[in-house]
Design a protein around this ligand. Structure first.
Ligand code: FE2
Length: 387
């Protein structure tokens, strides 16, 4: 069944089930740890996505709804100041309670109420919040994959998450570039479906003529960069990037390990040799930018990416762009807590375009704007060049 043809109830059940399917291979201990601040414990994700439906829909639109546990607002609120105090992000992994079983009971309780509410018919307001809730949960599904990978990939035993969970993805085009003519182009979402508020404010931009590569950079190309000693070539790096390299002793993409002189990397199946033809993954903006400089090229801006996106294949990696994460002209925050969803993060971050191999199917689109701080690389990030 296509997403468009699903009823709201089907969609609710499918989205919620997918989260549970992602967690199914985990052991109880895997649900709880938080190895670094950016990685949330899977238990927290499954509680927080449930809290989202309870807080924004059930508490406001379900007559006589009894909150599952009033303390959970403190534990599972992520960043909504409007909704009250919350456990600080770095402490998410210190919570042995509520237990994994408690959180699963919480999910079941909220699901039963949500299904009743949807079956009774929803107002337009609720339908809008439901659509946001589905897309929110899909964002957390991607985060679950990336966080599970980080948790298992930083365990010295390199445990496998699941057999066949990861396949080497290769470029299918022969390569080369696309040339886009100078012109004025429309940027931003203008369809009839769902989009996030940060894609709105459709507007015109002027682009000088540019070239953009059909293919993403491969592991083999990045190995050449490493072997040429370019992690130490200050001429290629931003000052902040070089500090990051030195302070963290960065010598390769995240999850890469030299085993008997050969590059290996952790994948969701475990530690395997790096395939030179596989598409590069898990690099920071700093590395992407230095690599582009080494090639005598640069990263595309988010506008160049969007204008050319129908002409190349995308979807296996979040692609770093040169663009700062800023509001489009006319950007409006929704009133209340929902207005905190995107707008307040529009500082000091870079835009990534595309989707990744662990993005929920149908979740992304060519106007979708993902955003991360430039040093982060636990997401499935890659490089496309432009000039
Ligand atoms: Fe969230």
């Amino acid at each position: 069944m296509t997403i468009e043809k699903m009823t709201v109830l089907d969609r609710y059940i499918a989205v919620r089930k997918r989260t549970e399917d992602i967690c199914e291979p985990l052991e109880t201990e895997d649900y709880v740890v938080q190895p670094v601040a950016d990685v949330s414990p899977p238990k927290w994700h499954i509680g927080h996505t449930t809290w989202f439906f309870e807080t924004f829909i059930l508490k406001n639109f379900y007559n006589g709804y009894q909150e599952f546990n009033p303390d959970y607002n403190y534990v599972f609120n992520s960043y909504y100041e409007t909704v009250g105090a919350r456990v600080i992000r770095t402490d998410r992994g210190n919570l042995s309670r509520p237990t994994v079983l408690d959180v699963k009971r919480y999910r079941k309780y909220v699901d039963e109420a949500m299904i009743k509410l949807i079956e009774c018919g929803c107002s337009e307001d609720v339908e809008e919040l439901l659509e946001l809730g589905f897309n929110h949960e899909e964002q957390h599904q991607e985060l679950l994959y990336t966080d599970i990978k980080y948790i298992l990939g930083n365990n010295p035993l390199f445990p496998s998450y699941k057999k066949d969970a990861s396949k080497t993805i290769k470029n299918t085009s022969v390569g080369g570039s696309i040339i886009i003519d100078e012109g004025i182009y429309e940027i931003g979402y203008n369809g009839n479906g769902f989009c996030f508020d940060n894609e709105l404010g459709r507007h015109k931009v002027y682009l000088p003529q540019y070239q953009i590569s059909k293919n993403l950079i491969t592991n083999g190309e990045f190995i050449e960069f490493i072997e040429a000693g370019e992690y130490r070539d200050f001429t290629l790096w931003h000052a902040e990037g070089l500090d990051w390299v030195k302070n963290n002793n960065i010598q390769s993409p995240m999850y890469w390990h030299l085993v008997d002189g050969k590059w290996h990397h952790y994948t969701l199946e475990g530690l395997i040799p790096v395939d030179a033809e596989g598409i590069l993954n898990h690099i920071s903006f700093y590395e992407a930018s230095a690599f582009a400089a080494w090639k005598g090229m640069r990263l595309p801006t988010e506008f160049e990416w969007e204008v050319a996106a129908d002409k190349f294949e995308w979807g296996s990696r979040w692609e770093w762009t040169e663009s700062a994460y800023l509001p489009y002209p006319g950007f409006k925050k929704a009133p209340g807590a929902i207005g905190e969803y995107n707008g307040k993060f529009m500082v000091n971050q870079k835009v990534l375009r595309g989707a990744s191999e662990v993005t929920s199917p149908g979740h992304s689109r060519k106007t979708y704007r993902n955003f991360f701080h430039p040093h982060l690389r636990w997401q499935y990030t890659g490089i496309r060049l432009a000039q």
